[in-house]
Design a protein around this ligand. Sequence first.
Ligand code: F3S
Length: 281
Amino acid sequence: MREVILADKSGFCFGVNRAYETALEKTNDKNFRTYTLGSLIHNEEAINYLKEKRVEPIGYDEVGKLEKYDEIIIRAQGVTEEIEKKLRGIFNTVVDCTCPFVKKIQNKAREYYEKDYQIVLVGDKNHPEIIGINGWCNSSAFITRDEEDIRLFDKNICILAQTTERKEIWDGIVDKIKEFNKDKEVIAINTICNATTERQAAAKDLAQTTPAVVVIGGKASSNTKKLYEICKEYCSNTQQVSTVKDIRMDLLKDIKTVGVTAGASTPKWIIEDIVNFLKNS
Ligand code: F3S
């Protein structure tokens, strides 16, 4: 039997758990249909389970076609101010499951934008959380993960981070902005979520001490991608999988101990499935 070591911290974070539990509660009410704007979590099996219970993800372009009495859930990553207003105009009930930590960043972006600061977001410009935050400062943010992009800004600067950003990337960009903009006030509010920091630190420990690592999480999950990057840095035999079906057993041949970690939107049952499979295969 293979030994499987699960990272100290892994799987559902507070914000994702809160959104998912809220959606599960809705499944008890059969009188009307509940939608989620985009997939609530990056996990196909969990989404299919919700669909069976009449809680369905819809895209932005479908929103206008729905009936007035329907209900919608805003997922943990949040949305732009404009989308939130639009949803409130269309739906009788808008259940805002924006994670309170993301809401805090949206509020800071708004506050410093109104004080005429240049907002810099350290994160992925295509990620829904960053698109949402940018929408609270009139889409004026400068968004990057690359120190090479940093330049001289013409105003005071407020720097905020995507909640799942790596600390090294944040530190590098903050230092570079300060170096280039010595004559400006630079306010750097490290908004990397504690759940992210803890999971990334636990993943690093795991990758340093095990000969192979399996990172569980959807391909579209940004925090899973970062866990994979970290593990790969410290353990070359690292693979990312969504379900048991994706596991590459050829990489685990003769490996007696495997480390396992999971992104913040991976349900517990998927982690258990994979751990049991690895132990017994
Ligand atoms: Fe919220 Fe942190 Fe999760 S920001 S959604 S608790 S990773």
